[in-house]
Design a protein around this ligand. Sequence first.
Ligand SMILES: [Zn+2]
Ligand SMILES: [Zn+2]
Ligand SMILES: [Zn+2]
Length: 413
Amino acid sequence: MYITDLHIHSHYSRATSKECTPEYLDLWARRKGIDLLGTGDFTHRAWREELKEKLAPAEDGLYRLKEEYCLEPGYRPEMRTPRFVISGEISTIYKKHGKVRKVHSVILLPGLEEAERLSVKLEAIGNLHSDGRPILGLDCRDLLEMTLESCPEAIFFPAHIWTPHFSLFGAFSGFDTIEECFEDLTPHIHALETGLSSDPPMIRKLSALDRFQLISNSDAHSPSKMGREANLMDIDLSYEGLKKAINTGKGLSGTIEFFPEEGKYHYDGHRKCGLCLSPDEAKAYHGKCPICGKKLTTGVSHRIQQLADRNEEVFLSGSKPYESLVPLLEVVAASTGYTTASKRVQNQYQELLYSLGSEFSILRDIPIEEIKKVSSEWIAEGIARIRAKKVICSPGYDGEYGTIKLFEPGEIK
Ligand SMILES: [Zn+2]
Ligand SMILES: [Zn+2]
Ligand SMILES: [Zn+2]
């Protein structure tokens, strides 16, 4: 079984960490237990140069970091060497049917040559150099057409499909149906990225989406955030295997999700006024902030409600299972009462990895008793509660992350 995270960014994207380099992406993939990760940002020439220099071809259509660039080579050597697949995200902003549309899409390619070829074509349309996630004034359908013309093996999926401002179904600049966006090329779309603020049962309220695979990626802007969402794949480690899993579901065994409440747009609200509202509460205010009168940002829950034709969350037969996790660093912080930024929490996190293995193995597999032996009762209890889905959620809204509490106030002294 492989864990894959296919949507991340390099240090050439806006607002990303300087550590989004091949070296640190590889290191953090080992720490997290990610077997296959996207390179991000293939449209950026300098990033492609860096990848060419630092990655070596591995299995068909995949790459690995050259050994001379590996950081901390002694770091639990039994951990698997991560593979990279060429990936990138493109933001298309355009007018269609009298409305401005802003849609983000992720493209995976079988090699750097294909990346070069497609980038040359896209360069004719807009600037690819100022941002690793370029903005193009191009209809998203036409982007898909150009991608498939340039590389028929490309994998193309809409990114974080519910984000209010920048996605296929976004409340403010998206569409109501996939067909409206991709028209005649809709059959080439096979998978949708759920984004942090939704999980599969929420999305399955739309029967129109029943035929699509649901996949999950971190959209990390710093290496330590990788894997906060990911895919479980039982595939041949190759581009073909990956493509089959995404496009047909064969080999896609499930996803690892955020608790959707923790995402930045789960509920409606107005961040400046500190106001978070459930969809029903927001409806009562007719989409206006009752404090300042400005427009409320429609969250993912509400948007799904608007488009759904099923009342209940459903689990379709044939749907892939999913797990909801909280990042280990947050578990350690919650269990000790310090913040994730504190040295103490970070050291304890590293110690856990050194003595037990990757973050995913700690969160998902290692017996609670064993975790208790090398850490504390509270860290072990926190992980047990995540596995049992016994967490206390307060939803995110209008760009503000939600919080997941593992313990009641006063439980930890
Ligand atoms: Zn995006
Ligand atoms: Zn992104
Ligand atoms: Zn307000």
